[in-house]
Design a protein around this ligand. Structure first.
Ligand code: PRX
Length: 649
């Protein structure tokens, strides 16, 4: 464990504030005592089967779980359809004409859909996809801004059994291309553009670049964000306007009966190598966990207005904007743009305007709000809020307390939810009516989830690596096209136990404190970035000979990317070149991966056998005294680098 982590542990050890569920909240909560924990503890499979019964199945399963490590199959023999569960099943009751989706664009344009309207739109688009020849098992890329069509496209894919692969709209053409190739997606759904901080992000243009020359891409469907949007080139035969496609035909489309273990989606996430992993999720178990967690963690009821501020490009958007809340018949809010556009009160204005009752956001956003000042939330009436959530990275107690006071008015419980793209759904979290919270702790595993803390040898410990010791319904079923990597990444550290890649500590009350990644994955503003990906992007630049990328602590974003680069001979370092390298990473991966610091050095610190010592680079980037340098080939290199970094920082 490095220095910064042991400092973090010391800080956490001094955190002894505890908050019990507020009485008023507890009295009306779905869960107000430990019953689910007791039931799940007594029979985990029976517990999950009861959860699965909340879904609408076309055919009931024969078998709850078959587990041949590391391969799990949940609810085999069962058949269901996700869009049917999110839409059709609400049409027979009072939810049919209730609002399913409230959307606001960054410029202030608004749209709402009732369940009936959303169903109609999803069916029309699903039928259109079918006419384009998309069928069960065909992968579909989705590269959209945060507009209703993002949710509609996802649901339409699930309706016809076509696994989607959503790519965050901030990723570069190259990132989109790599994902389209890896998934062999035949269709890409994009938009002419979307709004971000007043500017238009030209998604179609980026999509054109991404699919250029890809023979297997038969169709590109383009949503027109608004009339008079950015001009786009429509290629005859390949490109289609969404609004024209859905206007054809009668708009009817029956849901496919999917097997519980059919693939629902692939979502790419960064790992420790240069190549992102296509995380595979299937249908029945995933929806079971997502619905159970949405219901109990967010205590969702029909009169709630639920707003998760994530982008649908990330797993949080999949599970907790689209699938969980809609399957429960909730009213969801979706917002397209930035939190500080046109001013820093935008989120709070949305809360006031729509009467948001449940808000789920990221610690990075909370820290930014804190920095922007208490006066912004204070200007709005946020008395509708009754529950707050956080996700994506560890939350520092100070930000937690600020969230509770300034956003929650000291009346809303906070659920700090730990999970991952791979876990599909929330794994460690309080149930807000039943579990007391401590600022900075994700508290305890969700009922039916079995976790512990292990050391390298697989021995239980108070502090070490987080481990998940039994299969859970929403777990990834593999890495698309790479079984070996699936085994190695998650299942090789200990036998039959899942390794999430996070360090953690457990206190005397059994509460978990997640300390962050222990591998070469950074968490910048809640986004996962592989250091190897950034290194490959840098060395791809003609001026770069070698690059090493590490994370350093950042007050606002949790971590920031620090890059150490040596140039090819004859190239001069300059501030223009540094700018160019930063931009180059943006073009290769996306703006979220741009290094905060780039330090150019004649040499990088290496061991005698030629391995770059990233541990020392982390010391440099975090301004610490250097650790052991005795194994270095030339200790002077790192000393010089440190002097240089401190001079430039
Ligand atoms: O390091 C953990 C951190 O985010 C990682 C997962 O990232 P991703 O797959 O992009 O999913 C993010 C949204 C689910 C984890 O390995 N992380 C996520 N939630 C928390 C967290 N770290 C601490 N506390 C959390 N609540």
């Amino acid at each position: 464990m490095d220095g910064s982590r042991s400092r973090e542990i010391e800080v956490l050890l001094t955190e002894d504030r505890t908050f019990d569920p507020p009485q008023a909240f507890r009295a009306a909560a779905h869960v107000s005592d430990d019953t689910p924990y007791v039931e799940a503890g007594a029979d985990r499979e029976a517990f999950w089967a009861v959860q699965a019964e909340q879904l609408d199945w076309f055919r009931r399963w024969d078998n709850v779980l078959s587990w041949e490590p590391p391969f799990a199959r949940w609810f085999e023999g069962g058949q269901l359809n996700v869009s049917h569960n999110c839409l059709d099943r609400h049409l027979d009751g009072p939810r049919a004409d209730a609002t399913a989706l409230i959307w606001e664009g960054e410029p202030g344009d608004k749209r709402t859909y009732t369940y009936r309207e959303l169903h109609r739109e999803v069916c029309a688009f699903a039928a259109a996809l079918k006419r384009l020849g998309v069928g069960r098992g065909d992968r579909v890329g989705i590269y959209l801004p945060m507009i209703p069509e993002a949710a509609i496209a996802m649901l339409a894919c699930t309706r016809i059994g076509a696994p989607h692969s959503v790519v965050f709209g901030g990723f570069s053409a190259k990132s989109l291309r790599d994902r389209m190739i890896d998934a062999q997606a035949r269709v890409l759904i994009t938009a002419d553009g979307g709004y971000r901080r007043g500017g238009i992000v030209p998604l179609k243009q980026t999509s054109d670049e991404a699919v250029d020359g890809l023979e297997f891409v038969d169709h590109v469907v383009v949503v027109r964000r608004e009339e008079g949007g950015p001009p786009v080139d429509m290629r005859d035969g390949r490109d289609h306007w969404y609004h024209e496609l859905v206007a054809e035909g009668d708009g009817a489309c029956e849901p496919e009966a999917m097997e519980a273990e059919d693939i629902l989606y692939i979502l790419y996430t960064s790992g420790t190598t240069g190549k992102p992993k296509g995380i595979v999720h299937t249908t029945g178990g995933y929806l079971t966990q997502v619905v159970a967690t949405t219901k109990w963690v967010f205590d969702v009821k029909h009169d709630d207005v639920y707003w998760c501020t994530a982008d649908v490009g990330w797993v949080t958007g999949h599970s907790y904007i689209v699938y969980g809340p809609l399957a429960l018949g909730a009213t969801i809010v979706m917002y397209e743009g930035a939190p500080d556009y046109p001013d820093r009160g935008r989120f709070w204005k949305l809360v006031e305007d729509y009467g948001v009752t449940i808000l789920y956001t990221a610690p990075t956003a909370i820290r930014a709000f804190m920095k922007w000042g208490d006066e912004w939330p204070a200007r709005y009436d946020m008395s509708s809020l009754r529950l707050l959530g956080t996700v994506g990275e560890p939350i520092n107690p100070e930000a937690w307390m600020w969230y509770q006071e300034h956003i929650g008015g000291d009346r809303c419980p906070i659920v700090d939810t730990w999970w991952q793209t791979e876990t599909g759904g929330i794994m460690i979290t309080p149930l807000p009516g039943a579990v007391s919270t401590k600022p900075g702790s994700a508290t305890i595993p969700f009922p039916g989830v079995e976790a512990t803390i292990l050391d390298n040898d697989g021995q239980e410990a108070d502090s070490g690596y987080l481990a998940i010791t039994s299969p859970w319904p929403g777990m990834l079923r593999g890495i698309w096209g790479d079984e070996q990597r699936y085994r190695e990444t998650y299942w090789s550290k200990w036998d039959g136990v899942y390794f999430p890649g996070d360090g953690a500590r457990r206190d005397e009350d059994g509460y978990y404190w997640i300390l962050g990644r222990v591998d070469d994955v950074l968490n910048v503003a809640g986004h996962r970035i592989g250091t190897m990906e950034v290194e490959s992007a840098l060395v791809d630049h003609p001026a770069v000979a070698e690059a090493a990328v590490v994370g350093r602590a950042d007050e606002l974003k949790g971590q920031a990317v620090a890059a150490f680069v040596s140039l090819v001979e004859g190239t001069e370092s300059s501030s223009d070149l540094i700018q160019e390298l930063r931009q180059h990473v943006g073009n290769e991966i996306g703006a979220i991966a741009k290094p905060a610091d780039i330090v150019i050095s004649a040499e990088l610190p290496k061991t005698r056998s030629g391995k770059i010592m990233r541990r020392l680079l982390r010391d440099v980037a975090e301004g610490r005294a250097l650790g052991d340098t005795t194994t270095l080939a030339d200790p002077a290199v790192v000393e010089q680098l440190k002097a240089k970094y401190e001079g430039e920082a």
